[in-house]
Design a protein around this ligand. Structure first.
Ligand code: TUI
Length: 316
């Protein structure tokens, strides 16, 4: 088995977090991951504060174990959502797509562990000066909003730059990924795409089917010209996006094309004209499994890899 500092920091059995995914990781998935010994995370996306409160309470009905809420910092409701997290004393908050610095003191005063996602060394250093508990270093292999660096290059740079625990994310699927993350100096992993195909994940079955069928080059990053690049599975919408960007269409037109598309995919199953955000490991996901089994596979797989690797260290 594998236990790291992350297990003690969060009160969990295994160093595996489930990435917060808007319209994907609701109370059902988050609770199943936490029940399986990892850290389940409710993805709040652009949802209003009342929805987040309801999800937090529902998660507590389903599990007595620690869980988290992910706050997307571009959401118009971010202030109210942060207040719900404080009021409800949510154990862990992760953030994405921006700098959560100003919320850190209030969250920590409520006993919430604050773990921002970063994609650069500069933001990592700034947040650590602000007192965050840990950082998730997310490479551009991941789905959804992405930075510029790959996980392999980003994680050791963040590890060297800060003195808080670092969790690796982006491109992680199984025990090989967890072992690699530990080798890079991380204390655990966050995975999103594989958990989209957890049995307990409530997204539309057509989205799961699309992930299961995905091949190595089936994701693409669109929206670079808008300053908000997003990795999605290729479909009719991503091609429309690419066409508009190639023609240097105004940002407003691109924004209009993207509005409501994540919900259309994840909730309504529109896999042609919806935004099917998923990471590069989609190609590795081949079956629907309960969250508990996914976590066990990752942790047992990593233990086996780590044992095996020692054979390369031969005496001189
Ligand atoms: O946030 C994510 N993944 C997401 S958010 C999302 S919703 C969305 N929809 C449309 C446009 C944009 C977002 C879907 N997937 N992952 C964490 C993450 N954060 N990845 C990269 C970053 C990041 C990028 C720049 C974090 C901070 C940052 O710096 C901004 C600054 O202020 O320095």
């Amino acid at each position: 088995m594998i236990r790291t500092k992350l297990c003690d920091l969060l009160g969990i059995a295994y160093p595996v977090m489930q990435g917060g995914m808007a319209w994907v990781s609701t109370a059902e998935l988050a609770a199943a991951v936490s029940e399986g010994g990892g850290l389940g995370i409710i993805g709040s996306g652009q949802a209003p504060a009342d929805w987040v409160r309801e999800q937090v309470r529902r998660t507590r009905e389903l599990t007595g174990k620690p869980f988290g809420v992910n706050v997307m910092l571009l959401s118009p409701f971010v202030d109210a959502v942060m207040q719900v997290i404080v009021d409800e004393r949510v154990p862990v908050v992760t953030t994405g797509a921006g700098n959560p610095g100003k919320y850190v003191p209030a969250l920590q005063a409520a006993g919430t562990r604050v773990i921002p996602v970063v994609a650069s060394v500069a933001l990592a250093k700034r947040l650590v000066r602000g007192g965050v508990d840990a950082l998730i270093a997310e490479g551009m292999e991941s789905g959804g909003h992405v930075g510029e660096l790959g996980t392999m290059a980003l994680v050791p740079q963040i590890v060297d730059a800060v003195d808080v625990p670092v969790i690796a994310a982006g491109g992680i699927y199984d025990g090989r990924g967890l072992a690699a993350a530990l080798a890079l100096g991380a204390v655990g992993v966050q995975m999103g795409t594989r958990f989209m195909c957890a049995a307990e994940c409530t997204i539309h079955p057509r989205v799961k089917e699309m992930v299961l069928k995905a091949r190595d080059r089936d994701t693409v990053v669109t929206g670079r010209s808008t300053g908000h690049p997003v990795r999605v599975l290729k479909n009719k919408l991503s091609r429309q996006f690419e066409d508009l960007e190639a023609r240097c269409a105004p940002a407003a037109e691109l924004e209009k094309l993207g509005t409501g598309r994540l919900r259309a995919a994840m909730a309504d199953g529109d896999v042609e004209y919806g935004s099917v955000m998923a990471g590069q490991v989609a190609a590795l996901v081949r079956e629907i499994q309960p969250a508990r089994e996914i976590i066990r596979d990752v942790v047992e797989g990593a233990a086996a890899v780590l044992q095996n690797l020692s054979r390369w260290a031969v005496p001189e």
